[in-house]
Design a protein around this ligand. Structure first.
Ligand code: HAM
Length: 424
């Protein structure tokens, strides 16, 4: 029998100090996205299955193979969100959007996809995402991309590469479909079974196939932008021009389509270093999302980035989060000193320091070892003599200097000499 306390494959427990790095990245995102006028939105972790099937597209890998779908007790089909955009659009459609009104939201949290687990590919993963809804023009797309690059820089990511393409709009679909089919048909025998099927069901998905044989064929496919009508081409060129003016480097990837079918116009991905095969740190684009019960599709632009991959990329750059340990450790040399040590620790916590006190009578050596292991910068010692004299022995662990300080002055003195770890 498998180990019952292990998390399920593709899921995991997130421990400190990773959690602290995680919180830093979330707070940096809040600060960054807020500069661009985005507000946080929290949507449910599960929705009616239709929201995703209609929203993401029934021909996508995500909908066909990866959703965690279940029936609730009322017989409704529900799905754990595989991504954030469809649910956010459902929320915006529900709240209502006045003509000409713009909504900018960001969100974060767990997403669920039943993919084969691998490094950087999990079944429960966490995204930070943004969506700007209500205005359809290339400047909004460029600004959204600029915000992503701004964020990745503040997060500490170096050498992220931005890949850019356009999928055009609905009006271009027939021309692109026909040209793609004409190109792929003669290669059908060399393509995987899924792609042979996609030739009739959804030829765009072939461009996204990970099978090496198919990828070789895809490399010779016509660049999508060349197949688009004038309006879509100029939308794309204007997006590129805005990025040029903003000084944001990018690479055109003529066959980038992304795995979700709601995209129209701009699509982009940011690939990072040190991530192996799953090297997409973030992805996004402009979309038109159809929702059950909503007459007009919701249009917007946005992106999502994977927290696990962000952390992996930062670690690959040598940014390994360090355990925080404590600022102060209070040693109790006798049984009688245990409670006074607890009281002293409590007083010190009022100064925002991170403090642990001995909870059991152990040898001085064992307690000093514990203090060292926790990285305590100051050790306070309470023994028989200190209790009798109303003093505390203060030991500076960096220089090993010791001094005896009156009990009623010790908190103020330690506070002056310490930088709280908790706020660093
Ligand atoms: P996505 O490309 O499917 O786009 O996911 C965005 C990011 O989530 C990926 O670049 C990756 O970092 C992370 N990610 C995806 N799947 C996994 C996984 N199985 N394990 C670990 N990380 C993963 C979307 O989800 C769109 N909703 C983005 C968007 C927002 N487009 C417009 N607005």
């Amino acid at each position: 029998m498998s180990n019952m306390v292990e998390p399920l494959p593709g899921t995991g427990d997130i421990w400190a100090p990773d959690v602290e790095e995680w919180v830093r990245l979330e707070n940096a995102a809040r600060a960054c996205f807020s500069k661009y006028g985005y507000d946080e939105l929290r949507t449910p972790v599960f929705e009616r299955t239709d929201v995703f099937v209609r929203g993401i597209g029934d021909q996508t890998e995500v909908v066909q193979k990866e959703m965690y779908t279940f029936e609730d007790r009322g017989g409704r089909s529900l799905t754990l969100r595989p991504e954030g955009t469809a649910g956010v659009m459902r929320a915006i459609a529900n709240a209502g959007l006045a003509p000409g009104e713009e909504k900018r939201v960001f969100y974060g949290g767990p997403m669920f996809r039943g993919e084969r687990p691998a490094a950087g590919r999990r079944r429960q993963f966490h995204q930070l995402g943004v969506e700007a809804v209500g205005t359809c023009n290339p400047r909004v797309d460029a600004e959204c991309i600029a915000m992503l690059m701004d964020y990745l820089k503040t997060a500490g990511i170096e050498n992220a590469k931005l890949m850019l393409n356009s999928r055009g709009q609905a009006e271009d679909r027939v021309a692109v479909n026909d040209a793609m089919r004409d190109y792929f048909k003669p290669h059908a025998d060399a393509m995987c079974e899924d792609c042979q099927r996609r030739l009739t069901t959804n030829v765009w998905r072939i461009l996204d196939c990970k099978n090496p044989a198919c990828q070789n064929i895809v490399a010779g496919a016509p660049p999508i932008v060349d197949l688009l009508g004038e309006e879509s081409r100029s939308f794309f060129e204007e997006t590129c021009r805005c990025l040029d003016v903003l000084g944001i480097p990018y690479e055109r990837d003529p066959r980038l389509v992304r795995g979700l079918d709601y995209y129209a116009h701009t699509v982009f991905e940011v690939v990072g270093e040190g991530l192996g095969a799953q090297n997409a740190l973030a992805g996004g684009g402009r979309y038109r999302i159809e929702l059950p019960g909503v007459k007009k599709p919701v249009e917007g632009v946005g992106f999502a980035l994977g927290m696990e991959r962000l952390l992996m990329a930062l670690k690959a750059q040598g940014r390994e989060p360090a355990p925080r340990g404590v600022d102060v450790f209070v040693v109790a040399q006798t049984e009688e000193a245990l409670l006074p040590a607890m009281v002293l620790a409590q007083e010190l916590r009022d100064t925002e320091l991170r403090v642990l006190a001995a909870q059991e009578k152990r040898s001085m050596k064992a307690q000093m070892r514990a203090a060292n292991k926790l990285g305590a910068k100051t050790v306070l010692i309470l023994g028989e003599r200190e209790l009798a004299e109303g003093t505390v022995m203060v030991k500076d662990m960096a220089c090993s200097e010791q001094s005896t300080v009156p009990r009623d002055e010790v908190v103020a003195q330690v506070k002056v000499h310490s930088t709280p770890n908790a706020t660093r």
